[in-house]
Write a protein that binds this ligand. Sequence first.
Ligand SMILES: *Cc1c(COP(=O)(O)O)cnc(C)c1O
Length: 366
Amino acid sequence: FHGPTLAFKDFALQLLGRLLDYVLEKRGERVVIVGATSGDTGSAAIEGCKHCENVDIFILHPHNRVSEVQRRQMTTIFGENIHNIAIEGNFDDCQEMVKNSFADQSFLKGTRLVAVNSINWARIMAQIVYYFHAALQLGGPARSVAFSVPTGNFGDIFAGYLARNMGLPINQLIVATNRNDILHRFMSGNQYVKEALHATLSPSMDIMVSSNFERLLFDLHGRNGAAIVGLMDSFKQGGGFSVEQERWTEARKLFDSLAVDDAQTCETIAEVYEQCGEVLDPHTAIGVKAARECRRSLDIPMVILGTAHPVKFPDAVEKAGVGKALELPAHLSDLFERNERCTVLPNELKAVQAFVSQHGNRGKPL
Ligand SMILES: *Cc1c(COP(=O)(O)O)cnc(C)c1O
């Protein structure tokens, strides 16, 4: 999480922006990115694309509903191809507008739309790398390694699963969730059922459904697309589902899971600070708690993925009673003094699409 926006998402999005621009340059094409964010993704995507000659990026966030650090990390980056839109609505409204824009792209007048959310394959691909890097530091590939991963959309941990499929000896992957625990309910009880969204101290993992989980299900069903369509249909109709016992058992050979609530998150931040003087962000703390609870073997090194810098989540750190004052790293030290640029729009698809088509060509009309 030591990249420009202090969350691990930089790792993949820094690469994605460059890859995209490289290919577009070769093809003589341009694209428009429209994305919705409740926090970390938006700033990492903007940082990743700000130098792209052939990309215009529009990031929607819910007006007055993201933290000041997170908002400023987006709105203080200036460029004629960067557009922040604050929607007078909530995150679901923003996401809905992005989905609808993908469904009907006529407002783009032929320019292609690209998604940078966590199912983007290039992002997953980039994340595979650090599993290998970590394992090699710890004696791999001769020695097995285990990982505990703070999980929301199942993207980061899915990269670990792919690293294992590529031959890295990973003997255990721990799905660490907050109170939004649909994945934990599947891993512990073979129930994949949607529940209400809870706001937690680890907001980057506040999800109802994990968008990459379908990819694991696909493998568990022998890569049978029709079977997955059936499962997902019953899920969308509100039914939820279980998988056959032997498929679930197969998943459990590798995956364990734990859901960690806010109180346990704060306890873990305090505990780790006391034990090692390290201040964890709340997402990483969830990974640590799950690692400690679920570790299968003391002979096998356990790696916990640290997903954000604690300075991004001061509420949790304060609640944990960690006395140490956190400072923004040098490259962000003047964040609160910088000018901001952002357009507030009503919660209307037409207004957003009109704005995109008016500014989608480096600030000029498409
Ligand atoms: C996005 C994010 C996560 C969750 O990653 P997924 O790939 O969605 O599982 C965890 N921690 C932080 C800080 C994040 O920004």
